[in-house]
Design a protein around this ligand. Sequence first.
Ligand SMILES: [Zn+2]
Length: 90
Amino acid sequence: MDTEYAYVDGNAAAGPLQELLAVEPTTVQGQCTTCGRTSVLADTRVYFGGPGLVMRCRGCGSELLSVVTTPTSTRLDVSGLTCLTFPLET
Ligand SMILES: [Zn+2]
């Protein structure tokens, strides 16, 4: 049985993504892909050096995310996190 799902282009996600990116980043909760530890981003280890920063898990030391800025762009790599949970304003 073929099922076709309707979709729209990525512009439709602009509003929800803007809301997420406006949240205080240190309150966002992430889960380490290596050890499964879950914590807010404020409860990590951050290393500066080179062209950016690296955020590491306090549980196992694995890289959770990195931010690298060049003269033309900023690259955010979150491959060390299984998911991010953004708190809602209450
Ligand atoms: Zn970990």
